[in-house]
Design a binder for this molecule. Structure first.
Ligand code: MN
Length: 155
């Protein structure tokens, strides 16, 4: 019987942050009405000669990015830790080296597992439209899907 019953089991290295020389973690940039928790952003590459940006996001255990959609796409590559993501109406368990494509105008959110960080690279257009959050009606429509409802509730 463990003497710390109920404490989360931490995998070795699961809580280690990634960092790059000369790159400061910045606050996660989201719309003012967006709901999110425990997310940092590092811009690794941004140069007008290439019309893309490469960012690294890290979500702390139990945290989540905003539920949003937009015209631009994301290509996401998980580097460390684990969790789940919602893309459209599909929930996926994700871990290191998984590649997630978020098509245009598709609802998406990334959630770290309760006991792990979730660190991922995200490639986007340098010039891109602002994300939009779901309206009340859109949120209700999403919540009608049982898997999506459980995901959004963090279960
Ligand atoms: Mn997005």
């Amino acid at each position: 019987m463990p003497d710390d019953a109920g404490a989360p089991t931490l995998r070795r290295g699961a809580l280690k942050s990634y960092s790059w020389d000369g790159v400061e973690p910045r606050p996660y940039r989201a719309e003012p009405d967006a709901r999110f928790e425990g997310v940092t952003r590092q811009v690794l590459f941004s140069d007008p000669r290439l019309r893309g940006e490469l960012r690294y996001f890290e979500v702390s255990p139990g945290g989540y990015s905003s539920l949003e959609r937009h015209a631009h796409m994301h290509a996401v590559l998980v580097l460390c830790g684990g969790g789940r993501c919602l893309v459209g109406e599909n929930v996926h368990a994700i871990g290191p080296h998984d590649l997630i494509t978020v098509p245009p105008w598709t609802w998406h959110q990334f959630r770290a597992a309760p006991d792990q960080r979730l660190g991922f690279l995200c490639l986007v257009d340098a010039e891109r439209d602002r994300p939009v959050a779901p309206s009340e009606a859109e949120r209700e429509a999403l919540m009608r899907q049982p898997a999506v409802r459980e995901f959004l509730a963090g279960r």
